[in-house]
Design a protein around this ligand. Structure first.
Ligand SMILES: NC(=O)c1ccc[n+]([C@@H]2O[C@H](COP(=O)([O-])OP(=O)(O)OC[C@H]3O[C@@H](n4cnc5c(N)ncnc54)[C@H](OP(=O)(O)O)[C@@H]3O)[C@@H](O)[C@H]2O)c1
Length: 322
């Protein structure tokens, strides 16, 4: 099969489009023909400096397609089914093997391309807001990187739950497009201090929940605009800053909570998150939630897709099509 691979981590130019051996399906696994690959925020970070499981390495968490065969013990999924899949790597290819428990059947009314964009962003956003953030109707949530994959999911889910939704982005133009998805107040952090702005918009109280995918100095500042009893959920390093010490000294006096989150742990250790994501797919079929696709590029142009995302122009997801 063809795959977008790399032999060393680095900028988008490390990608090579090459022939690699087809993956073989084992017990409890599913082999799919990949039809749409959603380039996840974590894919760009892994390409930049993440762990490589092999050389050449096939990066990528999430893709959707049609089941070609299933391994011994797989009952719920059969050849011909449309599924979306999540794994630690291997999405940037024409074929993929994953564990059957990391597949979701695509409901009627959801395209394969839409499904390819759902599990990681929507599952992460839902868990950050509700399972770990305990967001309540009428509370204020701050969503960082509102125009990102997770951000667009979080804005819709929080708005639907009756929260007041604030979000940051690097330009007003990006924020303007988020209002139709449920954004109440956009904060262009390239022109204003987002922590000051959150305090101003909340009469000095701060946000009850902060969904932080950016990390580094942004995470530090998030703690400066968190409300009394506020919950800040950290789950990403999109800001690409080197790890630094976090000052949590202000948290105790305000009875605040800082939670680290990893969707993979929820998917590995139980069935709750799997069911949450299955409901998102149904909600997309019903038109209650929306997937935003920025553009589609051929898999052979994985380098161009990653470079476009890292140029900060993407609004929603960029798809690679094998
Ligand atoms: N722990 C988990 O389970 C989990 C699950 C999903 C995602 N994540 C992590 O969450 C982060 C976001 O994922 P995603 O899929 O939503 O990402 P994405 O769609 O690629 O968007 C990333 C956003 O980060 C913002 N950003 C801020 N500083 C940046 C920088 N220096 N370079 C590039 N972008 C920057 C950009 O928005 P502006 O230009 O508007 O600021 C961009 O839209 C990633 O770090 C990912 O690994 C973790």
């Amino acid at each position: 099969m063809k795959a977008a691979v790399y032999y060393e981590t680095g900028g988008p130019e490390v990608f090579r489009y090459e022939d690699v051996p087809d993956p073989e399906v084992g017990p409890d696994q599913v082999l799919i023909r990949v039809e749409a690959i959603s380039v996840e925020g974590g894919d760009t970070l892994n390409r930049l400096g993440g762990a490589m499981t092999a050389a050449p390495h096939i990066v990528g968490y999430q893709c959707a397609g049609t089941v070609l065969s299933v391994g011994e013990g797989v009952r719920a999924i059969k050849p011909g089914d449309r599924v979306v899949t999540v794994g630690v790597d291997g999405s940037h290819a024409e074929r993929r093997v994953v564990g059957a428990s990391f597949c979701w059947t695509v409901p009627t009314g959801v395209t394969t391309e839409q499904a390819a964009c759902v599990p990681v962003p929507f599952g992460t956003a839902d868990d950050a807001l509700f399972e770990f953030g305990r967001l309540q109707p009428g509370e204020t949530v701050l969503v960082h990187a509102g125009a990102s994959g997770v951000g667009i999911a979080a804005i819709q889910l929080a708005h639907r739950a009756g929260a007041r939704v604030l979000a940051t982005a690097s330009s007003t133009a990006r924020l303007d497009r988020l209002h139709e998805l449920g954004l109440d107040h956009g904060i262009d952090y390239s022109t204003v201090d987002f922590a000051d702005e959150v305090r101003r918009l909340t009469e000095g109280k701060g946000a009850d929940v902060i969904v932080d995918s950016v990390g580094g100095s942004t995470l530090q500042k998030s703690l400066q605009c968190l409300a009394y009893r506020g919950r800040c959920i950290t789950f990403g390093d999109a800001g690409r800053e080197l790890p630094s010490r976090l000052d949590i000294s202000t948290m105790r006096a305000n009875n605040q909570t800082l939670v680290g989150y990893f969707l993979g742990a929820e998917l590995f250790l139980g069935s709750r998150a799997h069911a949450v994501i299955a409901r998102h797919l149904d909600d997309i079929a019903d038109g209650q939630l929306r997937v935003v696709i920025d553009r589609r590029l051929p898999l052979a142009e994985a380098a161009e897709a990653h470079a476009y995302i890292e140029s900060r122009q993407a609004f929603g997801r960029v798809l690679l099509i094998p």
